[in-house]
Design a protein around this ligand. Structure first.
Ligand SMILES: [Zn+2]
Length: 87
């Protein structure tokens, strides 16, 4: 995904800090897990994640969350992540 970290590493962007919160490098993990904006959106939607999912690689972490979640929760997560990414 074209995060600022990826674009910066490929010399397409000057900065690599998150433009939303300014509190961290904009990696895929930051955008969908660590960003305070993301956390607030997910909290407002009533989406919480498991506490025993320690996968370090984001795609594997998300896959485990989807396996454990209901269809309704999967839909809310997918829509929330789409909106966050669109933002
Ligand atoms: Zn952020």
């Amino acid at each position: 995904m074209p995060t600022l970290q990826v674009l910066h590493n490929r010399k397409f962007a000057v900065a690599n800090q998150c433009l939303v919160c300014g509190d961290g490098e904009e990696t895929i993990e930051h955008v969908f897990q660590d960003c305070s904006f993301t956390r607030q959106i997910l909290k407002d939607l009533g989406v919480s994640f498991t506490t025993d999912n320690n996968n370090q690689e984001w795609r594997m972490w998300l896959a485990v969350e989807f396996i454990k979640a209901s269809i309704e929760k999967c839909k809310r997560i997918a829509v929330a992540f789409w909106v966050i990414w669109f933002n």
